[in-house]
Each structure stands twice: as C-alpha cells, then as structure tokens.
Design a protein around this ligand. Structure first.
Ligand code: FMN
Length: 196
C-alpha cells in the first residue's frame, strides 16, 4: 500500500489546552492505520503572527515572506498528501491560531484532502468544523464531511483515550477516506497544475 504524507495539525495554542491529547490519539490511529507517514504539527510550537504581509499569499507563491519560525509548518503543508485538523470550538467557531495558520498559506492547501477531529461541549466542536469546511473550500482544498467529533470531551476521555466505543472505527473510516482522496489528488496535482 502507498503511504501518504499526513500532517496532523493541533489547532489550539491556549495555556492548559486539551488539544495535544486529541492530537496524540488521532496520530496513534493514523500510525496504526498503516496508510500514512504521520507528522504532527502543533501550532503552539510555530511562529504565526496575526499581522500578514501586504500581498495575499495566493499571488506571491514561494516568495511570500514568512517568519523563520513558520518554516517547519510551511514545509510540512507543502509536502503533505493529506491533512487532519484537530480543533476545539471557540465561540461557535475554530481558534484564531488555526485561522492565522490557514491565512499565511495558499498553494499548500490547493487540491489536498482535509479531515477533522473536533471536541467541545454539547456540539462536539461541529460548529468549528462547519466554519473550517467553508474556509478551506475557498482555498480549493477538499474538506471531508465525515469527521470524528467528541461532545462533552471533559467527561468522555480517560488516560488519553476516548470512552466512546465507536471512536476508533470513526477514525478508521475518516483515515480510509483521506487515503482514498490522497491517492486520487496526488497524481492529479502531479499531472497538471490546478487551474486557478
Ligand atoms: C474562548 C473560548 C470559547 C469557547 N467557546 C465554546 C463554544 O462555543 N462551544 C463549545 O462547545 N465550547 C466552547 N469552549 C470550551 C472549549 O471547547 C474547551 O475549553 C476546550 O478545552 C478548548 O480546547 P483547548 O483546551 O484545546 O483549547 C470555549 C473555550 C474558550 C477558551
């Protein structure tokens, strides 16, 4: 089986955040899946200023002036065959850290499949995912509809594992879908530059 490069993005950077727990769990699922080389990018370890350069990254290409501390993220996104975003829900959307990471890039998202693992209160972070799907569509990414969501995560995780018995099965399906899309879109990107 071809192993695709999967970047798992831990989107929250808040002090005392839960994000890395969810990120580690989905990384473990992805390694067990066997279809991916897995790289976890924790946005808390990346320099992502809120202030952007003058020109949008869409028009600057490789010459876009990014901070040195953003290079590992930019390189990882550029090499990725598939992406997985781990997001909480902040005020019915996704965190500003994730939005900034998205806005600093353009080509890196184009024609790449993106899956979502979300967590939060009663809604399990689904409002955040709906907003991410909307934003990523603008970047010509391919956001997947079947995510893994953890409602009331504070009472449904123990020792780094979710108590929801279906969680691993849902993750497997999502990873299967990511692998399928990566297998289709990778050769398509190589064959021809995406128009637009
Ligand atoms: C600024 C802020 C806004 C929040 N808004 C929501 C919300 O709209 N819906 C929800 O389910 N949880 C909300 N929460 C609770 C988060 O889901 C919870 O704090 C979660 O742990 C955040 O992820 P993190 O620990 O990785 O930062 C909010 C938390 C913060 C800090």
């Amino acid at each position: 089986m071809t192993r695709h490069k999967l970047i798992i993005i831990v989107g929250s950077t808040r002090e005392g955040r839960f994000g890395p727990v969810v990120g580690s769990w989905i990384a473990e699922q992805a390694r067990d899946h066997g279809g991916f080389d897995v790289n976890v990018m924790d946005l808390a370890a990346v320099d992502i200023p809120l202030s952007l350069p003058a020109a949008p990254p869409k028009f600057a290409g490789d010459s876009y002036p990014r901070p040195v501390g953003m290079q590992p993220l930019t390189r990882a996104l550029g090499e990725a065959d598939a992406l997985m975003m781990v997001t909480p829900e902040y005020n019915h959307s996704f965190p500003a850290s994730l939005k900034a990471a998205i806005d600093w890039h353009f080509d890196q998202w184009v024609a790449k499949p993106v899956g979502f693992v979300s967590y939060g209160g009663a809604g399990g972070g689904r409002h955040a995912v709906l907003h991410l799907q909307n934003v990523l569509t603008e970047l010509h990414a391919v956001p997947l509809p079947d995510g893994v969501a953890f409602p009331k995560y504070f009472s449904s995780w123990e020792d780094g594992q979710p108590s929801e018995p279906d969680a691993a099965g849902q993750a497997k399906l999502l990873l299967d879908q990511l692998a399928w899309w990566a297998g289709v879109l990778g050769p398509a990107r190589e064959h021809d530059r995406f128009p637009g």
